[in-house]
Design a protein around this ligand. Sequence first.
Ligand code: PMT
Length: 395
Amino acid sequence: MGQAQQKRIVLGLTGGIAAYKAAELTRLLVKQGMEVQVAMTEAACHFITPATMQALSGRPVLVNQWDAADNGMAHIDASRAADAIVIAPATADFIAKLAHGLADDLLSTLCLARDCPLLVAPAMNRQMWENAATQRNIRQLVADGVTLLGPASGMQACGEEGMGRMLEPAELAHDVLTFFQPKPLSGVKVLLTAGPTYEAIDAVRGITNRSSGKMGYAIAQAALELGAQVTLVSGPTALARPQGVQVVDVTSAAEMFAAVQQHAADADIFIGVAAVADYRVAQPSEQKIKKSADKLTLELIHNPDILAYVANLPKPPFCVGFAAESENLREHAAQKRRAKKLPLLAANLAQQAIGADENELVLFDDAGEHVLPRADKLTLARALLQHMIKLFQKG
Ligand code: PMT
């Protein structure tokens, strides 16, 4: 995190209940060695006092555009001195202002007058977030090169549950620090599969597995942080789509295969995290099967092996496989890596990994095995990619 430590941040607070989290965010950024200049809208001052923010940042807080003490040029001076402006929390109203280039208070003027990156952490009720106008404004911000931090899904201050909650201070601090990190995957196209597949038996029943998609989505997020252009071919999951990742939704292994075939030629790296059904029903019934017969026999036929297909392309991308084993992890995983001729394979115990928030990985490459100890899946994803980058850059 060294390079990030001397960075100067303008932290802008707008008027939402999540403003209280900005106190902890300031503390964490200052702890990382960053200079934090807080700027608040009038509305933000109703939720948290400038005195609190001044005490935590160690600097007077900018609020009033018409403060004579700074020659009325605070909006220019503060943005010129900053390496980035971070708006946390960013209300729907403030996001609308940014999208339309309005500048009717100190913070919005400061954003318009900036020549540094702008990072925005939305915080609002789920219906405000889902509103077509907000979504239009968000798309405009992304098109204008603004970096979005979140939002997350979860319990909201209003008692409702859904998308729009501001990220937690530790997540925001991490994202701000990551923003300043080198981007070793900049310009690199990463294609990955995640989640389960669903193989229809009849109109309402099917064969699937307990993969939640968490591991694959975490890798997509980690690759994005490292500057990659990420395409995620996802089986059915209940997870929120990572912002900035191109998601291709599929249901069956055949659909996943078709989507991968479409994108593989263009990919620099392919990571097969999905738990793909090895078999599908030979002739799924279009109608719901009646339970009249005593016995029902299903004929299953092999699905294509997506990872093997990509690894055997004439000019394959750098391929990373996963292996979910229920026993003899090392033996089976090493054998799978050899069979599919993969430079890197990540093995995990299926019963511990599938659906869980935490995992433990053993990586296999030409140099042997490397254990990534138990951690949450995003931490593991970051460690896996750091290992992968060394091999990718060598190759
Ligand atoms: O989604 P989570 O709940 O977070 O769980 C994560 C996980 C356990 C699913 C993940 O960490 C994992 O191990 N994914 C691979 C699961 C799997 O199907 O392993 P496998 O040993 O059967 O397959 C080996 C490799 O071939 C995998 O990279 C798989 O994506 C790929 N494969 C398998 C079959 C097939 N038809 N096509 C494939 O591409």
